[in-house]
Design a protein around this ligand. Structure first.
Ligand code: MN
Length: 372
């Protein structure tokens, strides 16, 4: 049995990119969609016995209609037109957080040869004598634990394959720091002939026969060194081939020191650095250190907008020069109390889908800045 395994296409992500394409979606959203379509093209060419998508097809619970239509067309191509039995599950991004909402994937249930697990419970599909244990992202970790306990291979099946979305336990490096991500015990994976994992965005092996396929496009700077694509697995004799697809190059420039420069000199320096890496088709991030009010005031009005046009995407982070005064003010003054009350407030609201630690850190940064 030969299986293609891909995951984490996060369709719909990239909505904050500053340029739009002809489709009306942002260029970044188009990138992410193109990665998914290229993976589907490759799978169709490989003609596997079964195709698995291990979760987070969509970036959100309720994607745009356009994005849903587009994904449906691809699943129709795979499963119905090309006759490749295809199994898809929900991940923490696209699984509904309340039972009555239902999953976006549910609208594809009429596609022939497509198997959907999106109901906060274990589903078992049998295809050509092989049992596929598919556990989507569950409403609570208690439900997920109870369903994991039911993942016991069928001795009478030709093979048993497990499909899960979450963090391999004891391996914090596979965490995406998302709220509500679920832990997956290795000892359960080890019972199966293959475990197809989703959630962690870089392709890697977790146990002998358990793999993350990774995402189909780079979604954060932490993925800039990683190849993107899909796994082709032969169950007997066991063999793995990773098929790489194109993805958007990402660059993290060396921090630029703004000290002793005027704003116009700083803008020129950033422009030169962008030219060196030929940034026109790349996602570029750069940190500028030691920035003062004076420097910010003397950056020519359109300079930053022009620089943004030179790259596919440009993220410049200005870091204020830290003075002793501003450092000691933080946490003590009126703002000090404000940041404490904001953190307390965060505990009272429903933050599902948000990374609370990051939110806290960002909020503190802004509260700190407004004080200075
Ligand atoms: Mn995920």
């Amino acid at each position: 049995m030969r299986i293609c395994h891909f995951a984490d296409s996060h369709l719909g992500a990239g909505e904050n990119h500053y340029r739009r394409g002809q489709s009306g979606l942002t260029l970044r959203q188009e990138d992410i969609i193109n990665g998914f379509i290229e993976a589907v093209d490759r799978i169709i060419a490989l003609k596997p016995d079964v195709c698995i998508h291990a979760g987070d097809v969509f970036h959100t619970v309720r994607p745009l209609n356009r994005i849903m239509a587009l994904a449906g067309a691809q699943f129709y191509r795979l499963a119905e037109q090309n006759g490749i039995p295809t199994i898809i599950i929900t991940g923490n991004h696209d699984a509904p957080k309340q039972p009555h909402i239902g999953a976006a994937l549910d609208v594809y249930r009429q596609i022939d040869n497509l198997y959907i697990a999106a109901e906060s419970k274990l589903d078992i599909f049998e295809i050509n004598g092989v049992k596929f244990f598919t556990l989507p992202h569950c409403l609570t970790t208690d439900i997920q634990k109870a369903e994991l306990a039911k993942c016991i291979p069928d001795k009478n099946a030709r093979y048993n394959v497990l499909i899960l979305h979450g963090v391999a336990s004891g391996m914090p490096e596979f965490s995406m720091a998302d709220l509500g991500e679920q832990e997956l015990p290795l000892e359960i994976m080890n019972r199966f002939d293959y475990t197809a994992l989703g959630h962690f965005h870089n392709y890697c092996r977790v146990a002998d026969r358990a793999f993350y396929a990774g995402s189909t496009e780079r979604l954060s700077q932490s993925e800039r060194e990683a190849a993107k694509g899909l796994i082709e697995v032969e169950l007997e004799p066991f063999k793995i081939v990773f098929h790489e697809i194109r993805s958007r190059p990402m660059v993290d420039l060396q921090p630029i020191d703004a000290r002793g420069k005027r704003g116009d000199q700083l803008a020129e320096l950033i422009r030169q650095e962008l030219e060196k890496v030929d940034s026109s088709d790349k996602i570029v991030r750069v940190k500028v250190e030691g920035v003062t009010e004076e420097i910010m005031r003397t950056i020519p009005p359109d300079a930053m907008a022009e620089l943004k046009q030179k790259s596919f995407s440009l993220d410049v982070r200005f870091e204020k020069e830290k003075t002793e005064e501003s450092a000691s003010q933080f946490g003590r003054s009126a703002i000090g109390r404000l940041d404490e009350s904001f953190i307390a407030y965060l505990d009272t609201v429903d933050l599902q889908g948000f990374d609370k630690d990051r939110l806290t850190k960002e909020a503190l940064k802004y509260l700190n800045l407004s004080e200075e």
